[in-house]
Design a protein around this ligand. Structure first.
Ligand SMILES: *Cc1c(COP(=O)(O)O)cnc(C)c1O
Length: 359
């Protein structure tokens, strides 16, 4: 078997232990004589899986009892629409802090549903910083304040949550489970699974119970958080295979020490990669040091003519998916939970060697 070091931004690497369990489970899951894909979501085995998955998530993130855990389809992108349709009446204001492309997309969805306000916009410096909270142009009586905890493309992450008088809603797709968070400071959190939770196809929302009642009538069932909360996320047939893998990932995280342990590794992984980039005149990262992402590390080669060579040679060395997003160029190493520290060490070694040969 040969596995590469996979720096994909998403869908992204999964823990090898989880992949091995899946392989072993496929023909006969838990003595049912069926794979998990072939069994009813209403079966006892699957209902137990869903319950365990929620319990483990609640343990990992210390989710308070007055929050609901909801699993949907449609990705983080559907949540970008569900947020305003559930939390705001058509005349309500909602504030958006846009620190990257995903936040801009979320704002666009909200503009269709309510009076969405661009409270702050970091595009003036190519999404390389987080505007000072004291400068944000907040609305009076906004229904909520939306942020993107980690902007996956430019690699900008909130390391401190601002204070807010209104519920904070955070897109945590590319940072959830990377470290402990204080869920009680949020009104709602959402995340597509395919970065740190599991495979694409399932999406997590954590919603404070007093925010579950939609602020408008006639929403389709599948657009209402409340429907999911009331049906244990079985409003319709859920993405059972993706849910099963998410359950395995959460069990794995608990087994390796939970989110404190994960945070320590993640901080070390990103810290050494940024240190290597900063120590060299050959590579660069333009993001303010105070908000550099632990999960997505974009970097450029000062001479972009070497980009092609870097990508070819790194792939040959077993370091894959390092090409930066087309809107930023250069490289990006996504170093999610399941990317082992050895992968980061191998990347740093490769970068130093490449610089010696071409610098
Ligand atoms: C990947 C990502 C998305 C898109 O998620 P989908 O599940 O594809 O809809 C949204 N927001 C952020 C921050 C992401 O990293």
């Amino acid at each position: 078997m040969s596995r590469v070091y996979n720096f994909s931004a998403g869908p992204a690497a999964l823990p090898l232990e989880v992949l091995e369990t899946i392989r072993d489970d496929i023909p006969d899951w838990q003595g049912t004589g069926m794979s998990v894909m072939e069994i009813s979501h209403r079966s006892k085995e699957f209902v137990d899986l869903a319950a365990r998955c929620e319990t483990n998530l609640r343990t990992l993130l210390a989710i308070p009892d007055d929050y609901s855990v909801i699993w949907t389809q449609g990705g983080a992108t559907l949540q970008m629409a569900m947020v305003p349709w559930n939390l705001a009446a058509p005349d309500d204001a909602a504030d958006y802090v846009v620190t990257g492309s995903w936040g801009r997309k979320a704002l666009g969805e909200a503009q269709k549903a309510c009076r969405a306000n661009l409270a702050a916009d970091a595009s003036d410096r190519n999404f390389t910083y987080i505007p000072e909270p004291s400068m944000w142009q907040l609305s009076d009586n906004a229904a909520y304040l939306h942020i993107t905890a980690n902007e996956t493309i430019a690699g900008v992450e909130f390391h401190e949550l601002p204070d807010s008088e209104v519920p904070i809603v955070s897109d945590m797709s590319s940072t959830i489970l990377s470290r402990p968070i204080d869920v009680s400071r949020y009104g709602a959190i959402y995340a597509g699974a395919q970065k740190n939770i599991g495979p694409a196809g399932i999406t997590l929302a954590i919603v404070r119970n007093d925010l579950l009642e939609p602020k408008r009538d006639n929403l389709p069932h599948l657009m209402m958080w409340k429907s999911y909360a009331e049906s244990d996320s079985m409003t319709n047939t859920p993405p059972t295979f993706a849910w099963y893998v998410a359950d395995l990932v959460l069990q794995h995280l608990l087994a390796i020490g939970g989110l404190e342990a994960m945070a320590e590794v993640n901080q070390r992984k990103s810290g050494k990669l940024y240190a290597a980039i900063d120590a060299s005149d050959f590579y660069g990262n333009p993001v303010d040091k105070s908000c550099r992402s632990w999960m997505n590390v974009p970097f450029i080669l000062v001479d972009p003519d070497l980009d092609g060579k870097f990508l070819d040679e790194s792939a040959e060395a077993g370091l894959t998916n390092l090409k930066g997003h087309r809107s930023v160029g250069g490289m990006r190493a996504s170093i999610y939970n399941a990317v082992p520290e050895e992968a980061v060490d191998a990347l740093i070694d490769f970068m130093a060697d490449f610089e010696r040969r071409y610098g």
